[in-house]
Design a protein around this ligand. Structure first.
Ligand SMILES: [Zn+2]
Ligand SMILES: [Zn+2]
Length: 282
């Protein structure tokens, strides 16, 4: 059992306490830290390279990539997607069992030719394409517990029988091929959400038998956050246990957690180290 942490130094408030907040975790023998090489920062033992343009073009249109470049966030965007791709490659090749990816820019609002809501590229989609092409892996599941609907991920996989996408959000429950939306009502209790998730995992993920699970994890549905649906911070810890157990049951624990929405620094500071500890627990 080994856990990778993929990190790049980001501007902004929410991850200001990292990587220092990982002290005590990074020292574990089965935890490996991969960070981006920035000239202004001390080097760690592993470097994370930005993602090549040709890899991105397999998922996103040239016009969209130009529009992303024009936002001024392109460097961070490349490192975010690179972290997800590197994590996926190491989990697929069994170098790591699971991984936590600190993205600066999320995934799920980025489609083939559109982006928004703080998402610029769809790192999970890019990684899945690479694993299918270069590693011969075939079947994947993406679980999305960010508070908002993953319109980009939905679009990219709605006609793909090899990728199961389960989105929990306020939108109505519906299914299309291997895309499933599960309605989460406002002010839901942790236990009710967890019960819905367990049912969905039994009904959809287990029979699908993915080789790797991606988890688009956002904490923006936590009380006081911008997508508040009434969840207390504990919810995320319980969900981590649940999804780790699910991965252990069906795909030898292979799981990639991608940080998505949420902006409170104190929540990131308290939740992320606890979650990585669970991932790394033997
Ligand atoms: Zn969100
Ligand atoms: Zn949704």
């Amino acid at each position: 059992m080994s856990t990778g942490i993929f990190f790049h130094y980001q501007q902004g408030e929410r991850l200001r306490d990292f990587p220092q907040a990982l002290n005590g975790i990074l020292e574990k023998d089965n935890v490996f830290f991969y960070d981006a090489l920035y000239l202004s920062k001390p080097r760690s033992s592993f470097d994370l390279e930005p993602i090549p343009l040709e890899t991105i073009q397999k998922i996103h249109s040239p016009g969209m990539i130009d529009r992303v470049k024009a936002t001024g966030n392109f460097e961070g965007v490349l490192y975010s997607a690179a972290g997800t791709m590197a994590a996926a490659a190491k989990v697929c090749s069994r170098e790591l069992t699971n991984a936590f990816v600190f993205t600066g820019y999320g995934d799920h609002h980025a489609g083939s030719n559109f982006f928004g809501g703080g998402c610029y590229l769809n790192g999970a989609a890019i990684a899945i394409h690479e694993l299918q092409e270069k590693f011969g892996a075939k079947r994947f599941a993406i679980i999305d517990t960010d508070a908002h609907h993953g319109n980009g991920t939905w679009e990219l996989f709605e006609n793909d029988p090899d990728v199961l996408y389960i989105c929990f959000c306020s939108g109505s429950s519906r299914e299309k091929n291997q895309n499933v939306n599960i309605h989460i009502p406002p002010k839901i209790r942790n236990s009710d959400y967890l019960a819905l998730a367990k049912d969905a995992f039994q009904k959809w993920v287990k029979p699908f038998q993915p080789e790797i699970i991606f988890w688009n994890w956002g904490y923006d549905g936590t009380i006081g956050e911008y997508g508040d649906i009434g969840l207390s911070p504990d919810f995320h810890i319980q969900m981590t246990e649940e999804i780790k157990g699910l991965a252990q049951g069906i795909c030898e624990g292979r799981l990639i957690v991608i940080l998505c929405g949420g902006n409170k620094r104190n929540l990131a500071r308290s939740l992320i180290p606890q979650m990585i500890k669970i991932l790394a627990d033997q």
